[in-house]
Design a protein around this ligand. Sequence first.
Ligand code: DQA
Length: 143
Amino acid sequence: MKVFVLNGPNLGRLGKREPAVYGTVTHDDLAGMCTDIGKELGLDVEVRQTDHEGELVGWLHEAADEGSPVVLNAGAWTHYSIAVRDAAAQLSAPLIELHISNVHKREQFRHHSVLSDVATGVIAGLGVDGYRLALLWMAGNAA
Ligand code: DQA
């Protein structure tokens, strides 16, 4: 089964970006970790990152057309992008909204997500391990 892991703006800077909040693992490391765990779980994991909203919308359309599950860290778009939400709402397979940090412990503007009510579930605050857990859940539930 194919699973998309889609990361939004500034996540390509993992490792350099606010390491006290997001840790020191780079996006390349994260992508490798996701594809490796995917192999162990029998999943074909495709990891992508973009700083361009329309590109993410297009990838969500691709996942919707394929019926593929998605692990989505939409970064800041989580909090205000109705375009990303509307694209996510078109998915038929499970969607896991993911945040590396615990957004609920942070600034007020991070407490609201426009995605959560169209997501199957939400993982926040478990660092990059959240991706591992999301893929484990997909392997057991998204067939
Ligand atoms: C984030 C949390 C968002 O508030 C922030 O804008 C990000 C990353 C996280 O993974 O913790 O870019 O989604």
